[in-house]
Design a protein around this ligand. Structure first.
Ligand SMILES: [Zn+2]
Length: 262
């Protein structure tokens, strides 16, 4: 973190503490209130600010072929999710890394390198479903509370672009723990099955990733739980589909999608 940002952050936190202490002393707020709780609405506000900042700094790719493919995948998934507190928005950013992440509030960012590495649309759908899992299971909100807890309330009020950008960087660079990864995988496989797609795809994807070049070890989202990645692959490949399951594959020309942003 740059020095001036750190000073700015410390000043804001101090000011927030003083304000909060004053309110408690004056009995305006009860002293046993849990100040680190962030509501879904607050999460969405923070997500919007962080996404806007990310959007300005990134090379977002958009073309009719890619947009139509992402829309087809997300429509299928969102129908499967059913009732949700979130409105999902999926964006593709030009970056050769094989990565994806979820921002607070329902934003999912896919790296173009990830699309290039997938062999079919179901693999990408499985990764998006995994990210939806992190959001629906409140992993993203928990991470928000854990990483930037107290300052987030203030963040909404001050709307300082430097701080928002810094918060974005913290969120993006922080990894989920093993249990959360496992839960998101489980969520993905259930959702993918419900959407009549092949739930083993995520395992096939991870297996290819793991067996690939060692350069992939830097990946924050997919291989950060190593060595348990083998367990994740096994779990997915052995996942039992319910009786009568029939795959209804996504009719998307995947090579055409990949060529559309070359
Ligand atoms: Zn994950």
């Amino acid at each position: 973190m740059k020095k001036f940002l750190l000073v700015e952050l410390v000043v804001l936190i101090s000011a927030f503490f003083i304000l909060w202490a004053s309110l408690i002393i004056l009995k305006i707020v009860p002293d046993d209130i849990e100040i680190n709780i962030i509501s879904v609405e607050q999460e969405k506000n923070i997500g919007r600010l962080v996404f806007d900042s990310f959007y300005d700094e990134s090379d977002i790719i958009s073309n009719p072929t890619l947009d139509s493919a992402i829309s087809k995948i997300s429509q299928r998934l969102i129908f499967g999710v059913g009732k949700s507190d979130y409105i999902y928005q999926i964006f593709v950013v030009r970056d050769k890394e094989i990565n994806a992440f979820a921002l607070p509030g329902g934003y999912i960012i896919i790296f173009s390198g990830l699309i290039e590495f997938t062999e079919n649309p179901t693999e990408l759908a499985s990764i998006i479903a995994h990210e939806i899992g992190h959001i629906e299971l409140s992993h993203v909100r928990e991470r928000l509370i854990k990483e930037i807890g107290l300052t987030t309330s203030f963040l909404i009020l001050v709307n300082d672009p430097n701080i928002i950008s810094e918060v974005g960087r913290i969120i993006i660079s922080t990894i989920f723990d093993r249990q959360q990864e496992s839960e998101a995988d489980e969520y993905s496989m259930k959702l993918i099955t419900k959407c009549n797609l092949d739930p083993h795809s995520i395992g096939v994807f991870f297996k290819r990733l793991m067996e690939g070049e060692k350069d992939y070890s830097f990946l924050s989202e997919f291989l950060n739980t190593h060595p348990s990645i083998e367990k994740r692959i096994k779990k997915s490949l052995e996942y039992k589909t319910p009786d009568g399951f029939q795959e209804d594959s996504l009719q998307i020309d995947w090579d055409k999608v990949k060529l559309s942003f070359k």
